[in-house]
Design a protein around this ligand. Structure first.
Ligand code: SF4
Length: 686
């Protein structure tokens, strides 16, 4: 099987049983999310169980491209299962992380791992090629994520670096094992606990840290000495060199790719002003790293929200100067295994409550945090530790700040005012607010979590930052929209899909954009595992006609590895199938159209700019002309959003009264057995 190891590791922690699933049985789903959803569907008979139920199954999946030279696709790992973070129901959900875990799993001979049951005492899983053992983890329980990994590295590969690890008479490597682990937050079942790999790769959303904690699973370690069989190695190398030369960053003209995901510069010091020596760091196989390693060792491999969540407080405390506090706060999140978006929005929330006089020494909500130290390392440590160990008010924080607000009797009021900046499913707003970046908001509320997929966010970033700098955005809106629209197959050449004007955001065109994004990401990004940081590449200003890699690139690498003849649109159709299977699972969990709505403030507080940027421009038509239009100041109209939902459900072939999938739709996708199951449970859309 080109691109596949051929088997999936199945581990039942209750019975300590280790077995294999033949990858061929799930090959039609390709890999990653598709395979994970299909495995979950087959193995979890009762979809209404809670995330901490021992019957919950967690899948950790790779793709055929994992461990190969496909750019930005070798390293990602998809994690799925019933989560505990969303509200009112912990949806069947997903998270994803980079690094070297996926490739190492493939080199060890596995396409994925399925974890079932619950151990009676702490365990870790030790995978050395074919040799898999469930081991006692009592000596690891209580350690932070970095110390846990160091202990396992020592146990598997001895002290020091670069040791030869013998895995058989002819199999050896100098690589340390790749370890995925939980920290104290996961052990203490915090709703906002993550899985951490290496220094700063985390599967953040969903609360999978606590799901592992409830299973008494401390870590999974894998080391392998094999390889991935590639159907056309020459074709793969040629494709890599072609993409590198044409679409990647031009080292002689670094600014040329200012409008491109595949080629842009994006190290973490976009957020940090490092004064020490640092170099770029990439996940395995990536053509263009977005992470860093520094000579101080602070903040290594972390990127995005965890790098920025404490920076503002650090600067505020230190007269506008950044100190090491911001880096150390980042590392604390990684070490204790805590979700960065929850801590970021949560900290802002409790500071707002402090200022309102409802939290702290003068307020009804007693809080033992020392806010005089805000901005110092000491405060960050106190805050993170009280969440991880559920100390004092940290016991409320550990439930996530949405549930904490509910405990304090403030939820309704704070969602009305937007003081609690949580837009959908009890989850923190990511910064691409539904009132502005509608495809992000709609995709999130119609799915299971904040989508965290940046397919269209450059439509905001490029014009907004350019206009803020007093310049004219290039290329102009009309040209940008035309190029994007060409690539929105199978809805191609419909520019109205990219019209973010208030008149258009509830239209069928916008429904198509949301559907395109859901189908694209479910397959190309979450199943084939192209990294969201680099894909899709609609526009690439390094190219004379500005047409990016997307459409041609995705199937080219995939086919070179697998030997299949898969087209871009084949992938979109499979993405639609996976998205429908997910909706069937949510339906069985209890989802109904009535639940699909945003938090109150989205409907009546005008959007004043996001955590990302105060001025928010997106393409849209004004007076019949394409422009970058300012979308600040608008709210969503509740009634019109309901009309949008009807349009979206119609487009997807779901029942418009319930949002449940219809038999005709499921059967057309080859999901007859799913339709039968929904019918049996009285949940089939009429
Ligand atoms: S772009 Fe960044 S996160 Fe994505 S694969 Fe490359 S290094 Fe990893």
């Amino acid at each position: 099987m080109n691109g596949y190891a051929g088997k999936i590791l199945r581990i039942d922690l209750t019975d300590r049983k280790i077995s294999n699933i033949d990858t061929k049985d799930y090959e039609e789903w390709v890999g990653g999310h598709g395979m994970g959803s299909a495995l979950f569907w087959d193995l979890v008979k009762d979809k209404t169980i809670m995330g901490l139920d021992p019957r919950n199954v967690v899948t950790i999946m790779t793709s055929p491209l994992s461990g190969t030279l496909a750019p930005g696709a070798s390293s990602r790992t998809e994690v799925q299962g019933i989560g505990i973070q969303s509200y009112p129901i912990g949806w069947f959900t997903r998270s994803n992380f980079g690094g070297r875990f996926a490739s190492m799993l493939k080199y060890a001979g596995w396409d994925g791992i399925v974890i079932e049951g619950q151990a009676d005492k702490p365990v870790w899983i030790d995978i050395r090629n074919e040799d898999v053992k469930i081991k006692d983890a009592r000596h690891l329980w209580g350690l932070d994520t970095w110390k846990t990994q160091e202990e396992i590295w020592r146990e598997v590969s001895g002290r020091g670096y670069g040791n030869w690890v013998e895995l058989g008479s002819e199999e050896r490597t100098t690589q340390p094992p790749a370890v995925l682990t939980i920290g104290p937050a996961g052990e203490n079942l915090s709703v906002i606990a993550c899985l951490i790999h290496d220094a700063g790769h985390s599967a953040g959303q969903g609360g999978f840290g606590a799901v592992w904690g409830s299973k008494k699973l401390k870590a999974v370690s894998v080391i392998g000495t094999g390889a991935v069989h590639v159907a056309d190695p020459k074709g793969l190398m040629e494709a890599r060199l072609w993409a590198q030369a044409k679409y990647s960053m031009d080292l002689k003209n670094i600014g040329a790719s200012w409008f491109s995901r595949f080629g842009r510069i994006r190290p973490q010091n976009v957020f940090w002003k490092r004064s020490e020596q640092a170099r770029l760091q990439a996940c395995i196989g990536c053509h263009q790293g977005c992470k860093e390693r520094s000579d101080t060792g602070y903040g290594n491999e972390s990127t995005c929200e965890e790098t920025s969540f404490y920076q503002g407080y650090d600067k505020w405390k230190h007269g506008g100067r950044q100190t090491s506090s911001a880096y150390i706060a980042t590392d604390l999140l990684q070490r204790y295994g805590i979700n960065a978006y929850e801590t970021s929005r949560g900290l802002a929330y409790i500071i707002a409550l402090l200022r309102m006089g409802v939290l702290g020494p003068r307020g009804k909500i007693q809080c033992d945090l020392d806010f005089n130290k805000l901005g110092e390392t000491e405060f960050a440590e106190q805050f993170v530790r009280m969440i991880a160990y559920r100390k004092g008010i940290g016991n409320d924080f550990a439930e996530g700040f949405f549930r904490a607000s509910k405990r304090w009797g403030r939820l309704e009021e704070d969602l009305k005012t937007g003081t609690l900046y949580y837009s959908y499913w009890g989850l923190p707003e990511h910064g691409y607010d539904p009132r502005a970046e509608v495809e992000w908001g709609y995709g999130s509320i119609l799915g299971d979590r904040d989508i965290n997929e940046h397919s269209f966010t450059f439509l905001f970033w490029v014009p907004s930052t350019t206009i803020w700098a007093g310049k004219t955005p290039r290329p102009p809106a009309e040209q940008v929209v035309k190029i994007y629209a060409e690539k929105l197959i199978p809805y191609e050449n419909n520019p109205l899909m990219l019209d973010y004007s208030t008149e258009n955001i509830y239209s069928e065109h916008m429904a198509k954009l949301v559907a395109w994004d859901r189908h694209y990401t479910r397959f190309w990004k979450e199943s084939v595992l192209y990294c969201d940081e680099r894909w899709p590449d609609f526009i690439n200003t390094r190219i004379s006609d500005y047409r990016g890699l997307t459409g041609e690139g995705e199937p080219r690498f995939f086919n070179a590895v697998t030997g299949k003849k898969f087209s871009f649109v084949d992938g979109m159709e499979l993405g639609r199938k996976i998205w429908n299977l997910d909706n069937a699972i949510w339906t069985l969990q209890g989802r109904h159209r009535k639940m699909v709505h945003f938090s109150d403030y989205i409907y009546h507080i005008p959007f004043a700019g996001s955590g990302n940027f105060a001025m928010y421009y997106l393409p849209g038509r004004e007076g019949g002309e394409w422009k970058y239009i300012r979308v600040n100041g608008r709210c969503l109209d509740k009634g019109k959003f309901e009309e949008f939902k009807t349009r979206f459900y119609n487009l997807e072939g779901w029942n418009t009264r319930s949002g449940w999938p219809k038999r005709r739709t499921l059967e057309s996708l080859g999901l007859k057995s799913v339709a039968d199951e929904l019918e049996k449970k009285g949940k089939l859309g009429a």
